[in-house]
Every structure is written in C-alpha cells, then in structure tokens.
Write a protein that binds this ligand. Sequence first.
Ligand code: DGL
Length: 282
Amino acid sequence: MSADHSLGARSRRPTIGVFDSGFGGLTVLKALLELIPGADYAYFGDTARLPYGSKSVETVARYAVEAAHYLESHGAQMLVIACNTATALALDRITAAAHVPVVGVIEPGAEAAAAATKNQKIVVIGTEATVSSHAYRKALEARGLHAREKACPLLVPLVEEGWVEHSVTEQVARIYLGEAFADGFREADTLVLGCTHYPLLKPLLHRVTPGHVSIVDSAESTARAVASRLQQLVPATVDAEERRALPRLKFFATDSVEKFRRLGERFLGHPIEDVQHVDLKE
Ligand code: DGL
C-alpha cells in the first residue's frame, strides 16, 4: 500500500474519511481496507484530545465536527465515524454539519448483534460516555433485543499500554464482565465490543466470557454498511484498472506523529508511513 500527498486529486476513486479520537479507529480502517480496497483513505486521529470516552456531549460533538470538516476539506467524499463515543454522542451533529454521507459504528454494531443472538440478550461494553448515552441500548431495543451496557474505562489505557495479553488486563476484564454477565443477563449470548480498542482484546475476552457467548465487533459490519453506501457514490466511469490500484492512505494526527506511527501499527496490523501533524485551533 502506498501513501500519496495528492490523495483524491488524480484519481476518480472515492476517498473515504475515517475519524477516531486516536488510534483505535484503525481497527475499522483495517476492516475497510479488506472489504473496499478500491477506495483511497484519509484517517484523522485526534490524539491530542483523547480520550473522548470521559468527555461531555458538547465537547465531543465540537471536536468531532472539527475533524469531520478537516477530512472533508482534504477530499473525503464519505465519512466513517469509527469512534464509538463520537458516534454515540454526536452522530446527529456530525451528519448535520457534514456535506457528505456519514456512517457511524453503532447501527452496524447493533445489526451484527441482532444477527448473532439467539436469545435476544446482549451485553455491550464501552466507554463511560458511550454507556451513559444509551445509544447502543436504544439501537438494540429498536430491534426487539434486551441489552445491558457496562462501562469498562480501564480497558482503553491497558490496550494503549500494549497489555493486550497481560494478567492485569485479564483480571480487570474478568471483574467487568463478571458484573455484566450477572443476574438477568447471566445467560446473555452476545457481547458487543462498543469501543475501538476492544477488538485487540478479543482472545482475552473469549477466555473471560461464558463459553456460549459470541463476540461481535462493529468494524466488519461498519465496513459492509460503508460498501453499500459507496455504491451510490462511485462514478460509473471509474475503470477496472483504477479499481484495482492499491489504496492510497493518508493519516492526520493532532499529537505526535512518531507516537501515532508506533501505536497505530498495532491497531492497523501493518506499517504506517504518511502521517501529517494537524494543529486544530480551538
Ligand atoms: N475511540 C473511543 C471509542 O471507541 C475510545 C477511546 C477514547 O475514549 O477516546 O469509544
């Protein structure tokens, strides 16, 4: 895969803007690259202002709208809000402010949970802000499902520390999930990973959840939702050769470029080359 400063300028291939508070949304970018290699991507990680998961609706909405405008001004023809917290708190505000289609992660995640469950009982884990918004519970209840939401605030820093297979993380996850899969939700059969960082913990989470539980991560279902919206956007004139070209990737980060490269590679699963620092004025 190559990086190119003229992203979107020479090609008629669509450019998809992907936004997250930091590195975690790269798990969504990874799913997008697998499913939609015929597009170019601009990824914005608001690393200077993360975490979003402990912030207010007003603050998250303001930050997310600024990032959305930035990606649009860099040629994004569609926006993917990979951050669960930003989707939960501000999808309406981002959609109203944007001039291009916007896809969040919560509806696709709820859709995937509805497809996975057999007994209609779902546990969702996420940040404090996502859980307090009840965005997942509303999306799941709208599909006739019962949901319990559980905030797991310690998991994001543990993943960023690289402790994805650490005994401390396992102990913390065991406590959170023990509390979530209790009482009326002891027999829940589906666990939704409602935070960008949790897919990295999948093997550990499998170990600490009851054996009958399926784990749903919204990255793949979000990529499918993007693919179907994209069909309306891609000009019929894009020829086969253009579709076959490798995706061009450009990354924007509001904090250290070097740290973005280093941590980002863990989430994306391959080296990150072209990162540009962005200074968003308050
Ligand atoms: N990206 C956030 C989410 O998916 C997690 C990190 C943060 O709190 O900013 O909710």
